[in-house]
Every structure is written in structure tokens, then in C-alpha cells.
Design a protein around this ligand. Structure first.
Ligand code: IPM
Ligand code: MN
Length: 349
């Protein structure tokens, strides 16, 4: 019996998770696993009403679940940073979800802005470190608000944190991929401390994974090649901020935020799955948001829980719906409403 915490969050988050859950329910009936859900109303509305962002008692309950299914965080009436840091990043840190896994896969029939590139060219995975780097919150102000103000924001890279992320990437590459090429994305020409550590750890661990081909590229060059030669990539491993940036680029080349999903993972522990796009408040309640990202996040969650056949089946159903049904993956242009897209995938399954 899987116990799933559902956090719809803000904006279109609820519409998205509703369809994600619809498909998970269909998969449950087809594959015979058991699942119960517990809903939590964390997000902007609750914060505005009560001041709560992530109460300790809720965090403790989340730790008792098998997985967390998240919608989206971000409310137009709450100053940027409060919910992002207080809720999303807190969950990543407090649950020690040290990998942010973001597949970039173009399904047949989905249009990509990359001219002359197709599904055979765009199929890679980004392993983003998820608990350190510039996200760790190290730094501070000096003489804030004066003409001599100083703001320092430091990137924290521990050997322990880097190594466990690299190991995950090596293992993912060896166990889940056929090409088995792992590219370290860094900036060794300028960030000569942080990425020196990353690069040394990468090559020190490498011999333990002889099946995996090692490759290195600077983040700026990767941004260029993701557009020009995405077929060069199989698995990319990188730090928190670079991973954040290149996965938005990745989302665009795989067809947009409507389909991009990610997992915040600590192997063997409660992990959290989410569409990587935001809460898209302007579309809230209109039934136009694309739920495929949430549906794909659900598939990643099942994969994490060991329900690999069910996960694969959802992915195939999504691919078929993209190919045979949807006019576009963009909000409001799908040719179907949000809940109709959920129905299509559930039925296809
Ligand atoms: C993401 C988001 C978050 C991040 C924000 C909302 C804090 O952009 O999941 O990629 O920067 O990690
Ligand atoms: Mn991001």
C-alpha cells in the first residue's frame, strides 16, 4: 500500500494534480498495486490565511509517506521567494532530496522549436544536484540599503554532496540507459574551486563504472549544443543552479512546460514528483492547462516506487495521446480541456 501525500499548491497546481491522480488511479486498477492519498493544502492561500508555510507537524507526516505528488508553488499575492524558499526548497532540503531528475524527451508528433530535430535526437536526462550549490543560502548582506552595500551569495559544494549526486548519475546511466554516456556540465574555466572538486570527484568515481563513457562540457557550451546538437547527450550531471537553467531550456526543446516533469529524489526514501513549470496563475480554473507534465511526474513517481511496468505504460499512453490526439502541448491550444486530456491518457492506458 503506497501512501502518497498530495500537495496541489497554488494556481493551476490543483487542476494538474487532479489529472495526474486520475491516471495514477487508472494505472492502479490495471496493474493491481495499492495506493492511498492524503491531501495537504500547503501553498499561497494557506500562507495568506494563517501564515503557515511548512508546519513542523506536516513535515513529520510527509516523512511517513512513500512519496509526495506536488502540483505547483507560487502565488501572485505572495512576494517571490517566500513560498519558493519556505516550501519547495525547504522540502528538498528537509527531506534531503539530493537529486533533481529531469528527463528531456521529445515524443513523436510533438513539435520542437529545433529545426530538423526529432525524437531520435532529443532523448536525454539531466541529473541536477538539489541540496547545495548557490541554493544552499550561504552568504549575506553588509551595509544593506546603503551606497556601499555588499551582497555575497556563495556556492556550497561538499565532497559528500557532489559525490552522492555523481554516483546517482553514474548508476542511472549504467542501469537505465543504453548509450551510457555521462556528461559533466560545469564551468571549470572560471569556477576553479567548485568545479575543480566536481571534476576530480567525477574522474575518481569513473573507474568504478567502466561501462559509462565520461564527457565534460562547460555550461555555456552545453546551452549551445542542447540547441544545435541535442543528440550528443545521454545523461548530463550538474550543480543546482546550472541544472535549474539548462532544464528550462530542455523543457522547451521537448515541447514545452506542458510536458516537462521532474523528480526530487533520495533513493530509498520519501521523494517528491512535480511538473517543472510554475503555477501559471493566469490560467487558473480555466481548464486549459496541460496536465501531461503532472501525468509524467506520476509515472516517474511509480518508477521510483518500483512500479516500473506501470510507469512505462503511462509514458507510452502519453506518447500515443501526443501523437494521435493533441493539436499542441501549449495551454489552451491542445484541442481538449485539461480534464479531457487526463481522460484520454487514462483511456489509452
Ligand atoms: C525549479 C524551480 C525552482 C528552482 C524555484 C521555483 C525555486 O524553478 O524547480 O526548477 O529554482 O529550483
Ligand atoms: Mn527552474
Amino acid at each position: 500500500m503506497y501512501k502518497i501525500a498530495v500537495l496541489p499548491g497554488d494556481g493551476t497546481g490543483l487542476e494538474q494534480v487532479t489529472e495526474g491522480l486520475k491516471v495514477l488511479e487508472a494505472a492502479k486498477n490495471k496493474f493491481g498495486f495499492k495506493m492511498e492519498t492524503v491531501h495537504y493544502d500547503l501553498g499561497g492561500e494557506r500562507y495568506l490565511r494563517s501564515g503557515d508555510i511548512l508546519p513542523e507537524s506536516v513535515l513529520e507526516e510527509l516523512k511517513q509517506c512513500d512519496a509526495i505528488f506536488l502540483g505547483a508553488i507560487g502565488h501572485p499575492d505572495v512576494k517571490p521567494g517566500i513560498l519558493e524558499k519556505g516550501l519547495l526548497l525547504q522540502l528538498r532540503f528537509q527531506l534531503d532530496l539530493y537529486v533533481n531528475l529531469r528527463p528531456v524527451k521529445l515524443f513523436p508528433g510533438v513539435s520542437t522549436p529545433l529545426k530538423d530535430k526529432g525524437p531520435q535526437d532529443i532523448d536525454f536526462v539531466v541529473v541536477r544536484e538539489n541540496t547545495e550549490g548557490l541554493y544552499a543560502g550561504a552568504g549575506g548582506f553588509l551595509r544593506k540599503g546603503t551606497a556601499q552595500e555588499v551582497a555575497v551569495q556563495e556556492s556550497v559544494n561538499t565532497r559528500f554532496g557532489v559525490e552522492r549526486c555523481l554516483r546517482y548519475a553514474f548508476e542511472y546511466c549504467r542501469n537505465k540507459r543504453t548509450r551510457r554516456k555521462l556528461t559533466l556540465c560545469g564551468k571549470t574555466n572560471v569556477l576553479t574551486y567548485a568545479f575543480d572538486l566536481w571534476e576530480r570527484a567525477f574522474h575518481e568515481l569513473g573507474p568504478e563504472y567502466p561501462e559509462v563513457e565520461r564527457d565534460y562540457a562547460h555550461v555555456d557550451a552545453i546551452s549551445m549544443w542542447m540547441v544545435k546538437n541535442p543528440e550528443w547527450f545521454d545523461v548530463i550531471v550538474t550543480d543546482n543552479l546550472f541544472g535549474d537553467i539548462i532544464t528550462d531550456l530542455g523543457a522547451m526543446i521537448q515541447g514545452g512546460m506542458g510536458i516537462a516533469a521532474g523528480g526530487n529524489i533520495h533513493p530509498g526514501q520519501v521523494s517528491m514528483f512535480e511538473p517543472i513549470g510554475g503555477s501559471a496563475p493566469k490560467y487558473t480554473g480555466k481548464g486549459v492547462i496541460n496536465p501531461l507534465a503532472s501525468i509524467c511526474a506520476g509515472a516517474m513517481m511509480l518508477d521510483h516506487l518500483g512500479e516500473t511496468a506501470a510507469a512505462k505504460c503511462i509514458e507510452n499512453a502519453v506518447a500515443k495521446v501526443c501523437k494521435e490526439k493533441l493539436k499542441s502541448l501549449n495551454a489552451g491550444q491542445m484541442g481538449y480541456s485539461t480534464s479531457e486530456v487526463g481522460d484520454l491518457v487514462a483511456k489509452m492506458l
